[in-house]
Design a protein around this ligand. Structure first.
Ligand code: SF4
Length: 347
């Protein structure tokens, strides 16, 4: 039987455990330091606390939410993808992208995903289960430890891996609290981004609970007809309502929103699509991230060629939209979301 993950406990729950074990209150701080500062992966390592307490905790909990099943590195060494095995044997992926002094980690929030976006390997796997907050944090802690050993640091965390974060809102929300808590991992909220295909009811809740965390919307198409073909969730959350929710979010938080748009050759990348997109975001405090689609085994259409990307970008810029072009990373290691897990898990 698997033991509960200690990272899933709230401060109150951890204090309660310590009380039950007749421990003084200051042990909580020592535990937090071992977990989030020293990044220990076994209770044995907690040398600041008595041995008897380490054993008692070890009987009840585990500190290791995941183990590495496979590691792939891009040829230039700048992109590293890990396939992690969870305690129950399910597989998830996490990708580290090294930019100069901006190491960015892309974490998963679910095993599989129910959203079924047609170009996404995770979407084609279907949904298995939500990750707990501790399993989300475990991915970050693993890479933090690895980076620290190489005298590097993690600068940004993006919730853009396997799964739709807003369908796992309570656990994602708890992980955001712990990630940005100075007493825990202490990453500035503005260095964290959560990406959604647009689960409208959660957008306002996210703005209320995490106003400093960045929000990205995966748009990928400027009309309902095309977007529903690519992202079936658009049927439930159509563009007009989604854009209204985005405007409300900006008014609520006064934060800039990011729209992600994966350019797919001949499908959503014409100048007319760009004009329609510009109309949608007109006057909004936002930035558009363009990226060419990562090819995957089950979705044959390639990403747009450079000339079409440039033309698309130019139209947006002409309409006053702020645009960034994101580099496609780690092609040779299947860095696109879910590609490695679906290859390892052929169901
Ligand atoms: S793109 Fe994101 S939301 Fe869509 S199926 Fe893939 S993981 Fe799920």
């Amino acid at each position: 039987m698997t033991k509960p993950l200690i990272y899933d406990l709230s401060t109150a729950q951890l204090s309660q455990v310590l009380q039950e074990l007749d421990q003084p209150a200051f042990r909580l701080k020592q535990l937090h330091q071992g977990l989030y500062n020293k990044l220990y992966t076994s209770f044995e390592e907690f040398d600041a606390i008595p041995k008897a307490l380490r054993s008692a905790l070890d009987e009840r909990f585990t500190v290791e939410p995941l183990s590495v099943a496979k590691t792939l590195r891009s040829r230039d060494g700048n992109t590293e993808k890990k396939l992690f095995s969870l305690q129950d044997g399910n597989l998830i992926e996490t990708v580290l992208m090294r930019f100069e002094r901006r190491n960015t980690l892309c974490v998963s929030t679910q095993v599989g995903c129910p959203m079924g976006c047609v170009f996404c390997a995770t979407g084609q796997m279907g949904f298995v289960r939500n990750l707990s907050a501790g399993e989300i944090l475990g991915q970050i802690i693993h890479f933090q430890k690895e980076l620290r050993a190489g005298d590097e640091a993690l600068r940004n965390v993006v919730y853009m891996g396997m799964g739709e974060p807003f369908l796992n809102f309570p656990n994602v929300s708890q992980s955001l609290d712990y990630l940005s808590d100075p007493e825990r991992l202490g990453l500035g909220a503005r260095h964290i981004t959560v990406s959604t295909v647009g689960v409208i009811p959660r957008i306002a809740q996210f703005g209320e609970q995490h106003p400093q965390v960045n929000l990205a919307i995966s748009l990928h198409a400027p009309t309902d007809e095309l977007r529903t073909r690519l992202l079936p969730a658009n049927r439930q959350y159509p563009l007009e309502k989604l854009m209204q929710a985005c405007r409300d979010y900006i008014a609520q938080t006064n934060r800039k929103l990011t729209f992600e748009y994966a350019l797919i050759d001949g499908l959503n990348d014409s100048p007319e699509h760009a004009r329609q997109f510009a109309q949608l975001v007109r006057g909004m405090l936002c930035i558009v991230n363009l990226i060419t689609l990562n090819p995957s085994k089950k979705y044959a259409t390639p990403g747009s060629p450079p000339a079409r990307v440039q033309a698309f970008r130019d139209v947006l810029v002409e309409h006053g939209v702020r645009v960034t072009l994101r580099l496609r990373r780690g092609l040779e290691i299947n860095a696109g979301c879910g590609q490695l897990a679906s290859a390892e898990n052929p169901n």
